[in-house]
Design a protein around this ligand. Structure first.
Ligand code: DAH
Length: 334
């Protein structure tokens, strides 16, 4: 079978045309590379045409050779141009996706605030820690023993009344004060002791402007050899002065608590009025005995106060219920 020059010429022209349309249709660099192998690789049709050149007459060969070369160069150039176009397009796409519109409004992040109950607790703790006290805590669900019995509270004491205490079906109760932490801490530790114990308490109080069924207390306990009522007075006076930011008139009024003897209530003069701010006293020897401390060796003092009460005074909050209403108009003031 003889091969005619015209046939090869037509074949080269056809391949050139085909390559051209195929290159135009490609839209990724990967398929462009594949296409290059198809049209310019060793097994390409153009290479096959080159190989069949040998069958032409010597005079025809240079002509078809030049034609094939010219076709290869042209196809090569198209590949290069297409490669640049695709790379350029890729860069443009990437740039577009990474564009940052600096004029767009930012993301609004509301700034939180410390709730006045927490800030009052934090402040009181800071003061006592400064005096060498350690923070202690206890459970909100308590046994009768820790909430009453170990605190020398007799069975007929009104605080044990169903009217005042939330008793749970299993016989436990919700602690009515943080004084229970005194017992738990003394049971687990040896004197000397200096603790400040903040926490939530529960009472079946009628809720009004000054009473809540759930409220917070901070308990103080110091046990050591030779502690006296003078230490108690000095500690409380320093605490109140730091808490209220000025030295206000303070008075200790004789009172009664089952777990302290003697006991006192502390009043603070604030804007011309005497306010009752805490209960305190020397730890009753019966309480020390209950936890295995020798009352002949150790003495101590304790105090407890309501956090809400102090927060109300400090921030002039007229109604305790505002502290639990989660009203942002109120909370944003702090
Ligand atoms: N637990 C008492 C109450 O809830 C407050 C109190 C009084 C605590 C005297 C004390 C204390 O530690 O010594 O009313």
């Amino acid at each position: 079978m003889t091969i005619l020059l015209e046939d090869l010429e037509a074949e080269v022209a056809k391949l050139k045309q085909e390559a051209s349309s195929a290159i135009a249709a490609v839209d990724t660099l990967a398929s462009l590379d594949e296409l290059k192998v198809t049209y310019l690789g060793k097994k390409s049709q153009l290479s096959q045409v080159s190989r069949s050149m040998g069958q032409l007459s010597a005079s025809d060969r240079p002509r078809i050779g030049a034609l094939i070369n010219e076709a290869k160069v042209a196809i090569q150039e198209q590949f290069e141009r297409k490669r640049q176009d695709l790379q350029q397009a890729q860069i443009q796409t990437q740039l577009a996706s990474e564009t940052l519109d600096v004029t767009m409004p930012g993301v609004y992040r509301p700034i939180g605030r410390v709730h006045p109950i927490n800030s009052t607790i934090d402040r009181a703790i800071d003061i006592f820690v400064g005096l060498g006290y350690t923070v202690a805590t206890g459970p909100e669900m308590e046994t009768d023993y820790y909430n009453f019995e170990a605190l020398n509270t007799p069975p007929d004491h009104p605080a044990r009344d169903m009217q005042d205490t939330f008793y749970l079906p299993d016989g436990n109760l919700l602690r009515t004060h943080t004084s229970s932490v005194q017992i738990r801490y003394m049971e687990a530790n040896e004197p000397p002791i200096r603790i400040v114990a903040p926490g939530r308490c529960y009472r079946r109080d009628e809720v009004d402007a000054t009473h809540a069924a759930v409220f917070h207390q901070i308990e103080i306990l110091a046990i050591d050899e030779g502690l006296t009522f003078t230490d108690l007075k000095g500690t409380i006076e320093i605490f109140l002065e730091e808490m209220f930011g000025e030295e206000l008139p303070v008075r200790f009024r004789a009172s009664y608590f089952p777990f302290t003897e003697p006991s006192a209530e502390v009043d603070l003069q604030w804007r011309g009025r005497w306010l009752e701010v805490m209960g305190c006293g020397m730890v009753d020897p019966n309480v020390l005995k209950k936890v295995g401390y020798d009352p002949e060796v150790y003495t101590g003092f304790a105090a407890g106060f309501g956090v809400e009460r102090i927060a109300q005074v400090l921030h002039q909050i007229d109604d305790i219920r505002r502290l639990y209403a989660s009203d942002l108009r109120f909370l944003r003031q702090f």
